[in-house]
Design a protein around this ligand. Structure first.
Ligand SMILES: [Zn+2]
Length: 168
């Protein structure tokens, strides 16, 4: 079961990495937005000229916008720092930015990151899992502590080096 979950997570990460790489390239043509709305929730990912914006909103006032899944191409001027991307209540530096607005009826949040950083995180995280799992499998085979690698053949129940449970 754990193996299945792991493979599923790794496959998901791979698909996401492919999607981000494609969006990165496409974002230089025109802005690209993928959004999902279902009042009171609004989730959107927008890519433009190598920059990426993640938007999350939860406002209990009807938005009067189309509900459901939607994708579109339009350039909104994220690069030039137009009004919509100025993040007046947050922080913005080039392709990096952050803003959180709280309202009586909810909140919305904006996160701006370069596509390259997003891709790096998506690829790097599962790569770390894989490396860690391989190291643990190697330690398990050779009777070493999974946490620190200390030889547990003499003390299989508990690691005398780091105190980790031998079965962990
Ligand atoms: Zn140990």
């Amino acid at each position: 079961m754990r193996r299945l979950l792991f493979n599923f997570a790794a496959a998901t990460a791979l698909i996401m990495a492919g999607a981000v790489a494609a969006a990165w390239v496409a974002s230089f043509g025109a802005g690209l937005q993928v959004a999902w709305r279902h009042d009171p929730c609004d989730v959107a990912v927008y890519a433009e000229r190598g920059g990426m914006s993640f938007y999350l909103s939860h406002v209990s006032v009807p938005q009067n916008t189309r509900q459901g899944f939607e994708w579109s191409r339009a350039t909104w001027g994220m690069e030039s720092g137009d009004e919509g991307w100025a993040l007046p209540n947050g922080w913005r530096h080039g392709a990096f930015g952050w803003e959180l607005n709280r309202y009586v009826s909810g909140f919305d949040a904006h996160l701006l990151l370069p596509c390259g950083i997003v891709l790096l995180v998506i690829v790097f995280t599962p790569a770390c899992w894989v490396i860690r799992r391989r190291r643990q499998a190697r330690r398990r085979r050779s009777g070493r502590c999974l946490a620190c690698g200390y030889d547990l053949r003499a003390t299989p129940d508990r690691c005398p080096e780091c105190g980790a449970d031998g079965a962990a």
